[in-house]
Design a protein around this ligand. Structure first.
Ligand SMILES: [Zn+2]
Length: 470
């Protein structure tokens, strides 16, 4: 389908994401690469000289191109037009944004349908008594002066807020989508993209808008128009992503129903963050439930309870290498891998719950009182069983507000001993991968970064608390 020699093979994203191969990109769920695609464009808008993602060979900025295929899109890397043509991975022939925009907008601007929709939507919004003033496209030029950026419909709804409505009939152009979000946020204006319909398949430009709107699509069709006339205010049809590649049953919404408090995006429900939050908790909840049952099943040795079996099966479905590891572990340690992973789960849950609840909560060992968490970590890392996880535990604790535990002399010494006496498991190890699936907010760099961008990291994974400045 494409000439592999002439395609960017590896891209270095700004840390903590790091290198992402073309294979890894193509294996991502749509939401994952769409988020990266928009982050690249947001950065290019704000700081063109500091690309968010760079070609491994020429170090020039790259973006993610969505290639339409049957039933969807495949993501590829592509150089921005100013990249050196001498790069061995340079694919050549990118359309310059200005040319592409000109080509696309020419027909669009003159479209009679577009004109009629703008006028109808403005008239319907003006019927709302809160509407102080309104304008259609070019009239706003003096106020919002950046070149070429004026909304199709502008609404000043008084104390309720100011809105820019983009009525988008043709495929929007990705950098333009992001540019407008950044621009209006700066102006304190809420941007809403309105489509006439949700085509199937939907061109990538529309997907980019839906990504910026956190999985929400707004449509102004005949139903919305009829409802607007009846209610005396602007009503839109809202489609929410169902998380399975489709949409939930549409709902008619007013501007009042929308969340306008969250930075760049206006939405009815944040479907993208919800999807991630669900992904993060899915496997961990199974382990937590198994752990509770195991305590009743085998109070003296819960980690050996067979109640963990379904939880083990759920994480193994994500990390198939666990099966071979479990057999080796039995052969080399005469201990059950499932119980070993359950113990590590209890160690990390102790750290996460203590960080979440601002008090020491232990799920393993009998330490209690002040310093119990430190004492537990010290005793576990002093044992040959858990010493190979000094690096993993450090990586985990670093992502929590309890990161300063790592500065305690006792733990530092024990960590040092563990590292010099035992080979450390690394990120490629099946157990590290399993724990990254159980605690992705902390140990899966891509998930962690996306949740941070969306402002949805749980308290326990928000990293070290800033010290009060003196
Ligand atoms: Zn290059």
């Amino acid at each position: 389908m494409f000439d592999r020699k002439r395609t960017i093979r590896t891209v270095d994203f700004e840390l903590p994401r790091g290198a992402v191969s073309i294979e890894a990109l193509m294996a991502m769920p749509r939401e994952g690469w769409e988020h990266l695609r928009n982050e690249i464009n947001i950065r290019r808008q704000a700081e063109p000289a500091r690309p968010f993602a760079r070609c491994r060979l020429c170090e020039a900025g790259v973006f993610i191109r969505a290639q339409a295929v049957d039933g969807g899109h495949i993501p590829f890397y592509a150089h921005f037009p100013e990249s050196p043509k001498s790069c061995p991975w340079y694919e050549g022939g990118n359309l310059k944004p200005d040319d592409a925009r000109a080509a696309q907008y020419q027909g669009h601007q003159e479209s009679a349908l577009h004109r009629r929709l703008c006028q109808t939507i403005e008239a319907l919004a003006k019927a709302d008594p809160r509407c102080v003033s309104s304008a259609i496209d070019t009239y706003l030029r003096p106020e919002i002066h950046a070149r070429g950026r004026w909304p199709d419909v502008y609404l000043d709804m008084g104390t309720f807020g100011r809105f820019a409505l983009e009525i988008q009939l043709s495929k929007p152009f990705a950098p333009e989508v992001v540019a407008r979000h950044v621009h209006y946020e700066r102006e304190g204006v809420r941007l809403i993209w309105i489509f006439r319909e949700l085509e199937d398949p939907l061109p990538q430009g529309f997907h980019d808008v839906i990504t910026m709107q956190r999985g929400n699509a707004f449509v102004f069709d005949n139903d919305a128009e009829a409802a607007s006339i009846e209610k005396g205010t602007l009503i839109l049809k809202c489609y929410l992503e169902d998380g399975k590649g489709g949409y939930l049953k549409s709902r008619l919404v007013t501007l009042d129903d929308l969340d306008i408090t969250t930075g760049l995006s206006v939405f009815l429900e944040d479907r993208r963050s919800e999807r991630l939050v669900k992904y993060c908790k899915e496997v961990r909840n199974r382990w937590w439930q198994a752990f509770q049952q195991a305590k009743t099943d085998k109070p003296s040795s819960p980690f050996y309870s067979e109640k963990f079996a379904p939880a083990w099966a759920s994480v193994r479905s994500y990390v198939p290498e666990l099966s071979a590891w479990k057999e080796n572990y039995w052969a080399s340690h005469s201990d059950r891998g499932q119980a070993h992973l359950a113990s590590l789960f209890a160690i990390l849950c102790s750290v996460a719950h203590s960080a979440e609840q601002d008090k020491e909560v232990l799920h393993i060992t009998r330490h209690s009182g002040d310093g119990a968490l430190l004492a537990m970590l010290n005793s576990k890392l002093s044992s040959a069983t858990f010493a190979p996880y000094a690096n993993l535990i450090e990586a985990f604790v670093t992502t929590t507000p309890l990161a300063n535990l790592l500065d305690r002399p006792s733990l530092r010494k024990i960590q040092g001993n563990a590292r010099s006496a035992h080979d450390q498991v690394d990120r490629e190890h099946p157990v590290w991968k399993a724990l990254a699936r159980l605690f992705p907010e902390a140990l899966d760099g891509m998930v962690r970064a996306e949740m941070a961008d969306l402002g949805r990291l749980p308290k326990w994974a928000t990293g070290p608390q800033a010290l009060p400045s003196s």
